[in-house]
Design a protein around this ligand. Structure first.
Ligand code: SF4
Length: 450
């Protein structure tokens, strides 16, 4: 099997491991700052506690009933990095083609090094499709990603999430009950949600970002809606506006706002829907005039980036090229030179022929890996504080070794299964996305990301 996305350089000059950087900071071996010294501990120290754990999402409120991970056996908790790497390699060798290991761009380097494929969530779900005979797909990412892989894989294939506590705080911000309640309230304003007006448009088309639960994707599928990624959000909004007067976009307000703004939708026609407030905190007039209703969700990793950081990068590195992810707040996207998906960022760096300084606004594991792979460039994270995605960070090599050795012993651990009644409409929403055509006219830089 070959990696489809990142082409790893044979001898990186820099250490790509964020964990090593954190350990060095916490031990005092290097200067630098991390957002929480607990990051130097093993994730099993947090699995039994409620919350997302230390890292960028630690301030977010975890929903009641979020999956918890049982205690990892002592032999995995106490094993050294080298020992775990050896055990993972041995288990993979024993399993051969029976298993595919997928590693998200934001995953720890110590895990990514064992991945057969590295990419974003949708690329990885598609990569798994290339192995219909594999018995197990081990998804080193977060919960919604494993669900998406389960939606797209064959029923007899087991999709495994090495640590059940690896959720996504943004995805958790759009709860299915809250979304159903929102839809009901909107239908009181707009009337029959299936009725077409004189122009053949229904009142609202729901659009969900890939970073959402299968339940939300199923909701969208049942109500004529569609899924989008950060690469195709504009194409998907074009699709939605051909069918509906408005869009209800969740869970990431920033991706929704940045995309719609680039399409010319005025900010005053993008009211926010806060599920904790009546009518989402918006007025009836604002909702009637709305073009895009933005769910009050965000990614705590990308919310850390600021205009001040961009100004500081420009002051310290004249000529720096600033690229940020569209999950960043609008002011940050506006202040950056470019904005685009993780794949866009990776390709932009690969395409640079002259030594260049890049300041990148996305998760630090990807940035540090890109810096190690491209020593001809200067690449750094816009945020000077080392603060990884706390949920991605829950996938420690100890968990990967545990699930792989379970498979060797004939035991499937941590299987993620989407119920059939949810899976069917969720697949419809995904299929609509795959069938949506890009706009005919060229668009701004970051919407061209593929
Ligand atoms: S980086 Fe943000 S959107 Fe991605 S998994 Fe982490 S919290 Fe979720």
């Amino acid at each position: 099997m070959s990696a489809v996305n990142i082409t790893l350089q044979p001898r990186p000059q820099l250490d790509a491991s964020v964990d090593h950087a954190i350990q060095a900071i916490v031990s005092g071996a290097t200067t630098g700052q991390t957002c929480n010294t607990d990051l130097a501990a093993g994730p099993w120290d947090f699995d039994i506690r409620p919350g997302y754990g230390p890292g960028s999402s630690m301030g977010d409120v975890i929903p009641t009933g979020a999956p918890r991970q049982g205690e990892l056996p002592r032999e995995y908790r106490e094993a050294s990095e080298d020992e775990l790497a050896g055990r993972i390699r041995a288990a993979k060798a024993a399993l051969g083609e029976r298993v595919v290991v997928l590693g998200h761009f934001y995953q720890r380097e110590e895990v990514v090094t064992h991945a057969d494929y590295v990419g974003d969530s949708f690329q990885l779900a598609n990569a798994a499709l290339e192995h219909p005979d594999a018995e197990a797909i081990v998804f080193c990412g977060v919960h919604f990603m494993a669900e998406t892989a389960d939606l797209l894989s064959r029923p007899e294939q087991a999709v495994i999430l090495p640590n059940l506590a690896a959720g996504c705080s943004m995805a958790d911000m759009a709860d299915i009950d809250q979304v159903e309640e929102c839809w009901e309230q909107l239908s009181e304003i707009y009337g029959d949600m299936d009725a077409e007006d004189a122009e053949g448009l229904v009142p609202v088309i729901p659009v969900t970002y890939m970073n959402s639960s299968a339940a939300i994707k199923g909701f969208v599928g049942r109500h004529g809606g569609i899924v989008c990624t950060s690469s195709n959000a504009r194409t998907v909004l074009e699709w939605a506006f051909q069918r509906g007067r408005r869009v209800l976009f969740f869970p990431d307000q920033h991706l929704g706002r940045n995309t719609a703004k680039a399409m010319g939708v005025p900010l005053e026609q993008m009211p926010m829907w806060n599920p904790r407030r009546p009518l989402g905190g918006a007025s009836v007039d604002a909702l009637e005039d709305a073009r895009v209703i933005l769910w009050h969700g965000f990614c705590s990793v990308h919310r850390r980036f600021s205009v001040d950081q961009i100004e500081q990068a420009r002051a310290e590195h004249p000529g720096v090229r600033v690229i940020v992810h569209p999950e960043c707040p609008m002011e940050v996207v506006d202040a950056a030179d470019e904005a685009g998906s993780t794949d866009y960022i990776r390709k932009a760096i690969e395409a640079a022929t002259e030594p260049t300084t890049f300041a990148i606004g996305t998760e630090v594991n990807l940035v540090q890996r890109l810096a190690a792979e491209h020593p001809q460039h200067t690449i750094f994270c816009l945020d000077p504080v080392v603060c990884p995605c706390s949920t991605m960070y829950r996938i420690h090599p100890g968990y990967l070794a545990w699930v792989l050795e379970g498979l060797v012993d004939g035991e499937v651990r941590n299987r993620i299964t989407v119920p059939a009644d949810v899976a069917e409409p969720a697949r419809v929403a995904l299929e609509r996305m795959l069938a949506a055509k890009p706009p005919a006219a060229p668009v701004a830089d970051w919407e061209n990301a593929s």
